[in-house]
Design a protein around this ligand. Structure first.
Ligand SMILES: Cc1cc2nc3c(=O)[nH]c(=O)nc-3n(C[C@H](O)[C@H](O)[C@H](O)COP(=O)(O)O)c2cc1C
Length: 303
């Protein structure tokens, strides 16, 4: 009997939709019973974003506050494999993705099911994946794989170009000198390789060391600098988020957060990274190696 595969995603610009479709081509070629579902919040987010709306989703993204989703009917009550595709927002799973992971109908389907996460990010996905892992664990799902697609350009250049894309809606070079924002067309096309690897495993019903095989084929890369920065930035974002949700003058506080973010990203983080590289990294190689192994994998608990 053909294996039942469910792919769920939310996508604003269509980038994650393209990834899901490319990634899943091998499943269709093999005649698997494939179901692709796009989820929609009842009140969707407009694209392109206004600056105000963009920063306004920070507190609820970081604090994991779900929103109501349009009713999604799933074809089956159980699946052999679920591909949970999502994007990070402010170092957290996007609000629509987090809402799905909190949806009782979806939680029911997740229980006892093998799940692979497929991330379409800028480049900061580590903290979001930790949250997703916790939610999957609570739903009693088995996380067996993780694939991360990202913008391969320099961290600061990609931050500017993605912001331009999000606020102007144009996936093109800002000022003609910044890189084209987002995940390259080549990487999106190449994601079919991972679908192929997984397809073979589904047929054999053997997921042993699947993640190792995916990683060997470039499915996840962990950047040392970002691995250092992200968990710290997430803690600071959480303090901001908890503060902002309590404030009556939310707009003012979101404005302050925006300036904080610009300073943190462009002035503080390069200095922190330089200090880290000079004074911490050379003396903590073993710890770094262990942490990288953890983030490359699909472990629920720290190794
Ligand atoms: C509000 C917002 C916050 C974002 N924060 C992050 C982030 O923390 N880390 C990251 O790698 N990408 C971040 N991105 C980029 C998204 O993860 C994603 O790659 C991009 O929005 C395209 O996704 P789409 O398929 O929904 O169009 C953010 C995007 C938005 C709109």
């Amino acid at each position: 009997m053909n294996k039942k595969i469910l792919l769920v995603y939310y996508s604003q610009t269509g980038q994650l939709k393209d990834i899901v479709h490319q990634f899943s081509t091998p499943f269709f070629e093999e005649g698997m019973d494939v179901e692709i579902k796009s989820i929609e919040p009842v009140e969707n987010y407009t694209f392109p974003w206004s600056g105000e709306c963009f920063f306004n989703v920070m507190p609820e993204s970081v604090l994991g506050v779900p929103v109501p989703l349009e009713k999604t009917e799933f074809k089956h009550s159980s699946y052999d494999l679920i591909i949970f595709a999502y994007q990070p927002w402010f170092l957290s799973p996007s609000i629509p993705a987090n809402s799905l992971l909190n949806n009782p109908d979806f939680i029911r389907i997740l229980k006892g099911t093998n799940v692979i996460t497929l991330i379409g990010s800028r480049n900061m996905w580590i903290a979001a994946q930790e949250r997703v892992k916790t939610l999957l664990k609570e739903a009693q799902a088995n996380l067996i794989g993780n694939i991360v697609l990202r913008d391969r350009h320099d961290n600061l250049a990609s931050a500017v170009s993605i912001l331009y894309w999000m606020l102007k809606g144009k996936k093109e070079k800002f000022l003609g000198m910044f890189p084209v924002p987002g995940i390259s067309d080549e990487d999106i096309k190449r994601s079919a390789i991972y679908g192929k690897i997984i397809n073979k495993r589904i047929k054999e019903n053997n997921y042993l060391s699947l993640q190792a095989e995916l990683v060997k084929n470039g499915a996840v890369e962990v950047k040392t600098n970002l691995m250092f920065i992200e968990p710290r930035a997430k803690k600071i974002f959480t303090i901001w988020a908890k503060t902002i949700v309590k404030k009556k003058n939310r707009a003012l506080w979101l404005g302050l957060f925006k300036y904080y973010l610009i300073v943190a990203l462009f002035a503080v983080s390069p200095v922190v990274i330089a200090i880290y590289k000079l004074f911490i990294q050379p003396f903590s190689m073993k710890g770094i190696k262990n942490k990288k192994e953890y983030y490359l994998g699909v472990y629920f608990d720290r190794i």
